[in-house]
Design a binder for this molecule. Structure first.
Ligand SMILES: [Zn+2]
Length: 322
């Protein structure tokens, strides 16, 4: 933060720290090779272990800063939805759980959407936040993906989605499952507009997310060793009563089998995305890399939907709002 917090002894820092906040710890341990890494080094390497290359979870805002030119982007706010329509309660009320995660992450829900340029190509990038209830897909996330798609169309920009999710949000029951067809329509809208839709699968991408928008990309990129699958390996093993092959449901295995197009190291992600975008859009020769993030194309707010998509989208939401 500042020089004062840098020299404050850890004991005093701890006194003012909430129990679940470990953001200012000085060292972090790599889960893969057990190496102790200086937090600042980890930040500088985008949370990639310098000794073994293990990719750790990256916060959505850090991700967007790293992807967009000059770290400059405009936030697209998530639309408001009905909170806790089922009045769900397990050991804790769903509304309390939401409040907790909102405080912890500073975000409204498990999705952050940004608009900016990637090597000069204006793009909408949506990033799922695994730290927010396991990146689970609820109504707000579904609406968010829809909004991201609309913004992509309104701005004639490609849509890039970073997935990380445990699947549907069980606290919203059937309403969360309804986000699967809704997000599928959102993807369809982008495709009908002739715009590229690129998915970057990060660790872990599972459940209903894999079964909907995560597997519908024009191009599927994955981060090294990311877990990508629908049901868990243990469940599959118990069901089919067979030993699963090594590396099952991992990015490299899926790239080998054709489910993933390319596995890209986090440090090369931006340039790879830019290359793909240049090929898939007409910005290639005209656009110049935007060094300082200046002259960022302003975000247009008005979105158009095709008639069929409009109809399909209105039907389920009317029910959800009741
Ligand atoms: Zn490591």
């Amino acid at each position: 933060m500042n020089w004062l917090s840098d020299i404050t002894p850890p004991g005093i820092k701890k006194m003012f720290r909430k129990r679940d906040d470990n953001s200012d710890a000085l060292w972090a341990k790599c889960k893969s090779c057990d190496e102790m890494i200086f937090t600042k080094d980890l930040e500088a390497s985008q949370q990639v272990c310098p000794s073994c290359g293990h990719h750790m979870t990256l916060s959505p805002t850090t991700r967007l800063n790293a992807i967009f030119d000059g770290g400059q982007w405009e936030r697209i706010e998530l639309p408001d939805v009905v909170t806790d329509p089922l009045k769900f309660k397990d050991v804790k009320r769903y509304t309390d759980r939401l409040k907790d995660y909102r405080r912890k992450t500073g975000e409204k829900d498990a999705l952050v959407i940004g608009f900016g340029q990637i090597e000069g190509v204006p793009s909408v990038v949506a990033v799922q936040n695994f730290a927010f209830m396991g990146g689970s897909m609820g109504m707000m996330l579904g609406e968010g993906i829809l909004k991201a798609a609309e913004q992509a169309i309104a701005n004639n920009a490609p849509l890039i989605l970073f997935t990380a999710s445990g699947g549907a949000r069980m606290q919203e029951g059937i309403l969360s499952l309804m986000q699967m067809p809704r997000t599928t329509i959102a993807v369809q809208m982008v495709k009908e507009a002739g715009l590229p839709y690129i998915v970057v699968l990060t660790h872990p991408t599972t459940g209903g997310v894999t079964a909907s928008y995560a597997m519908l990309g024009d191009v599927h990129i994955a981060e090294p060793n990311a877990l990508i699958g629908f049901a868990g390996a243990r469940v599959i093993e118990q069901t089919i009563r067979e030993k699963l092959p090594e590396g099952f449901q991992r990015a490299e295995y899926l790239a080998d089998k054709g489910m993933v197009d390319i596995v890209v190291h986090r440090h090369h992600l931006r340039e790879t995305l830019a290359k793909i975008l240049r090929v898939l859009t007409r910005h290639g020769k005209k656009a110049k890399p935007n060094q300082q993030g200046q002259n960022v194309t302003p975000l247009r707010v008005e979105a158009q939907k095709t008639e069929s998509a409009q109809k399909a989208l209105e039907a389920p939401m009317d029910k959800a709002a009741e």
